[in-house]
Structures are given as C-alpha cells and as structure tokens.
Design a protein around this ligand. Structure first.
Ligand SMILES: N[C@@H](CCC(=O)N[C@@H](CS)C(=O)NCC(=O)O)C(=O)O
Length: 239
C-alpha cells in the first residue's frame, strides 16, 4: 500500500485508495484535460474536488503542492523508480501520462514533437487567450468601460481558432479528423475543453465567428462524442 502521508495535500483531501493516481481538480477547461486523459487511458485514479470558487487552491495544503495555486494536479503513487510523483501543470501531466501508458502521443520522434508543439500551442495561446476573453466577456471584466481589452482578446481568440481551422481543414488536400491526422492525441485532449468552453460557458460563439468555421466544429463534435470525453468533462463531480 502506497504511503502518501508525506504530502500535506493528503491531509485536506485524504486518499481512500492511495495506490491509485490522486487527482486534485475541478471540471474546468484545464481540469478536464487530466480527467479526460485518465478516462481515455483507463488508469485507476481517485478524484478529489478542489473548489476554486471557495479558494481551496490557495489553502496551505494545496499551495504546499502547487505554489502557483491552480488545479489540476496529481500524485502518481507509482511514479518513476516506483516512487510517488507529484505533478502540476496540465501540459506536464498530459505528457507524463502519455509516456507512462505509451498512448495518445505518437511513437515516431518527428510526429511526437509535432504533437507536443500543438500541446504547447494550447498551453501558451489557446488557454490563456480564451481565458482572458472569458474574463472580459462573461466575468468581472464585462463591466469595464474600456472595451479595448475585450476586443483584443476577441480578435486573438478568433485568429487562434483560424489557426486550428487551417490545421484541421487541410492535410495535403483532405481534412484531418484530429490535430495529428488519424491519431487522436493529447493535443486534442488539451484543446477540446477550451473550444467547448469558449462557445458554451463563455458565450462567445457569435463574437468569434464560430459558425463560419467548418473543420473545428466537426472536430469538436467528434471529440465530444467520445465516451471518455463525456465522462471526463464531469470529473470530479461538482458537489
Ligand atoms: N497553466 C495551468 C493553468 C491552470 C489554471 O489556470 N487553473 C485554474 C482553473 S481552469 C485555477 O485553478 N484557478 C484558480 C484560481 O486562480 O484561483 C495548467 O494548465 O495547469
């Protein structure tokens, strides 16, 4: 039986099954990347709800784990060398789980880096920019008198969707099913929840011209139809 008591986070969120991967998360666009990946791989795991609305990610127990105060995070009790591995940052977690299982990341070295490039594109561009548009369109920023930040993030979100559209629309004359063509990978897992959130929860569908796109909506429907994605989008279940 794994002993995770050295991690203060386990005092606030005690493991019932310490031999399973411990997931600290909430079903937000960053959180669901990891729950979808765990559902896709079938790895045994135990989800713990971190209520960021109640600032639980800023508690000493959580900060001792991730000084950046953000979900998602995991502990793999069976990490490298058989020792527990704590990890935060969703992109790092996706890469780790892909390498651990040998799934959802191409084996071929060149395609592997191509896939990682699209994961970084999500991490560095899609997530932060869509997130800012969410702030200025739906949350507190909506009431700001100066509309220039809203317009800046709206235009950049639309441009980024265009980058994704071009990628998906054309693979030597035919469309791609997934960001890496025939292979469904962590690049799709990283990106699906963000596009869904942008046009759904953030209510930005019209202002980013989503319905003028073809390949992105088809890709999103394809992804959302996956049973593991449907399950992962609701894990951990909100209380
Ligand atoms: N780059 C981080 C971003 C994580 C992130 O922004 N998480 C948000 C939820 S989607 C969060 O925990 N926010 C809590 C807060 O800022 O209080 C990752 O991908 O893991």
């Amino acid at each position: 039986m794994a002993d995770l008591s050295a991690f203060p986070i386990t005092r606030r969120w005690p493991p019932q099954h310490p031999d399973r991967i411990q997931l600290y998360s909430l079903p937000t666009p960053n959180g669901v990347k990891v729950s979808i990946m765990l559902e896709e791989t079938g790895l045994p795991y135990e989800p713990h709800l971190v209520d960021i609305g109640q600032n639980e990610s800023w508690t000493p127990e959580f900060l001792s784990f991730n000084p950046n105060g953000k979900i998602p995070a995991i502990i793999d009790p069976d990490g490298p060398g058989g020792r527990p591995l704590p990890l935060f940052e969703s992109g790092a977690i996706l890469l780790y789980l892909a390498e651990k299982t040998g799934r959802f990341l191409p084996q071929d070295a060149a395609r592997r880096y191509e896939c990682i490039q699209w994961v970084f594109f999500q991490m560095a561009a899609i997530g932060p920019i869509f997130g800012q548009l969410g702030f200025f369109h739906k949350f507190a920023g909506r009431d700001y008198e100066d509309k220039r930040p809203h317009e800046r993030y709206r235009a950049e979100s639309q441009r980024l969707l265009g980058v994704l559209e071009t990628r998906l629309a054309n693979d030597g004359g035919k469309p791609r099913d997934w960001i890496m063509g025939d292979d469904y990978t962590i690049a799709d897992i990283a990106t699906l929840g963000w596009v869904r959130n942008l046009i759904g929860f953030y209510g930005a569908r019209d202002i980013v011209g989503f319905d003028a796109l073809k390949a992105v909506p088809a890709w999103l429907d394809r992804g959302l139809a996956r049973p593991a994605v449907q399950r992962g989008l609701n894990i951990p279940a909100r209380g």
